[in-house]
Design a protein around this ligand. Structure first.
Ligand SMILES: Nc1ncnc2c1ncn2[C@@H]1O[C@H](COP(=O)(O)OP(=O)(O)OP(=O)(O)O)[C@@H](O)[C@H]1O
Ligand SMILES: [Mg+2]
Length: 417
């Protein structure tokens, strides 16, 4: 290309033929060579530049893609963190104790309820009480679910534990439930049935005996006729009282009268005091009522009447002749307060906590003599609870007792619950 005298030289630079001397020919050829080189270089550079630009674009796209992937990953990570947090929260909030053990008996997880029931949850071989450890170990080895009931701690709690095989490699899941309250309610129900049957048995037996005697003796001894008839009547009245108290109680235990509205407690108290006046006079007692007008309470007039009746009835029944019974209703600090005070026999301190229990009587013999079954104050307590109130008693042996019921006053415009 740079050789002198070559035909190609001219074609490269025509100016040499027109004006330059033949001596300049090698220089021209050289310049042409450089030009060609420069052009080639330019082309190569342009090509490289193009390639570089292309690469840059591709790189930018890659970077954007990577950033997107990273963003995605971060979002997914956050999501799974949140999900994990949610399952942890759910596990923590569960009222059931949960503990998971792997095939080697190590604790994989346990929730706060399990720890509250068992204390710290360690590996299977350290679980206490022993029946729990045995159940978990047995389920781990034979892969069969089993249930044990445990007595734990002081005060004693009853816990039902279910050991269930988890996974396929010998893991065990323990589910623990505190069933103390369920067992207590079962016991209360059992006691209730036993007590009720016992209370009903006595008058029924008495009626049967009186009826039999009537049949065999009456013909020879006409005077016995009215005596036994009286006995039958008395026991029948007692029976029907127990049955009606039991019916009231079961109605109140399931929420009481559904018919609710504003009730003026002072009016209810007035009616009940008037109803009891004859009985008070017969018992030689002074019965008084002091009723300040005030706001109504929201509830059932029928149930509230039952409450007042039982309190007034007790005050009359447990006060000796010559004593007094004072009933008072007054508004106080957004509440309506009913007090029934007597100057009666009083209640021993050790019995004060128990008199609101069903069938509880301080003096069984005496109370039965006066026709009591021990359901009255239980009825009072349920009416008060159904009206979101409180009941308290103060008493001094031989001097008298005061029962105080406080019910929230009903303000006009307040929505009924
Ligand atoms: N005002 C009172 N003074 C003294 N003792 C009382 C008084 N009120 C209740 N008691 C005691 O509390 C016990 C429980 O009262 P409660 O009204 O529940 O039953 P009861 O009066 O025996 O029978 P019932 O009311 O079912 O006919 C009574 O047996 C009595 O010993
Ligand atoms: Mg009573």
């Amino acid at each position: 290309m740079s050789r002198p005298g070559h035909a190609g030289e001219r074609s490269v630079n025509g100016s040499g033929a027109a004006g330059g001397s033949p001596r300049n020919a090698p220089v021209r050829a050289y310049t042409a060579g450089v030009d060609a080189l420069l052009m080639g270089l330019g082309l190569a550079l342009a090509l490289l530049g193009g390639l570089w630009l292309q690469d840059r674009r591709r790189l930018a796209a890659r970077v954007a893609e990577t950033e997107r992937a990273a963003r995605d990953l971060r979002a997914r990570l956050r999501e799974s963190e949140e999900r994990l947090g949610a399952s942890e929260l759910a596990l923590a909030a569960m009222p059931m104790g949960i503990a998971l053990f792997d095939a080697a008996g190590r604790t994989l997880l346990s929730n706060p309820t399990a720890e509250a029931i068992l204390g710290r949850v360690g590996p299977v071989e350290t679980l206490l009480p022993l029946p729990l450890r045995e159940a978990a170990a047995a389920t781990a080895s034979d892969r069969r679910a089993r249930t044990v009931e445990l007595e734990l701690g002081a005060p004693a709690r009853t816990v039902r534990a279910d050991a269930v095989p988890a996974g396929t490699d010998g893991g065990v899941l323990l589910a623990l439930r505190d069933i103390t309250e369920t067992r207590r309610l079962e016991a209360v129900r059992r006691d209730f049935v036993a007590n009720a049957s016992h209370e009903l048995k006595t008058p029924v037996a008495s009626i049967r005996a009186a009826a039999e005697t009537l049949r065999t003796v009456a013909r020879e001894d006409p005077a016995a006729l009215s005596r036994f008839a009286e006995q039958i009547e008395r026991e029948a009245v007692r029976l029907s009282r127990i049955v009606s108290d039991l019916l009231d109680l079961s109605r109140l235990e399931t929420g009481g009268d559904a018919e609710r509205g504003p009730v003026r407690l002072e009016r209810v108290a007035r009616e009940e005091v008037e109803r009891a006046r004859a009985a008070a006079e017969e018992a030689g007692l002074a019965l008084s009522l002091e009723a300040e007008p005030g706001p109504p309470v929201l509830g059932s007039a029928r149930d509230l009447a039952l409450m007042v009746r039982n309190l007034v009835d007790n005050a009359i029944r447990y006060t000796r002749p010559g004593g007094r019974v004072d009933v008072r209703v007054r508004p106080e600090d957004g509440e309506v307060v009913l007090t029934v005070a007597d100057t009666g026999i009083g209640i021993p301190g050790r019995d004060l906590d128990r008199i609101f229990e069903r069938f509880y009587r301080v003096d069984r013999a005496r109370s039965r003599e006066t026709g009591g079954t021990g359901l009255g104050l239980s009825i009072v307590r349920h009416v008060v609870e159904n009206h979101r109130g409180t009941v308290r008693v103060r008493s001094e042996l031989g001097r008298g007792s005061t029962f105080e019921v406080r019910l929230p006053a009903f303000a006009d415009g307040e929505p009924a619950p």
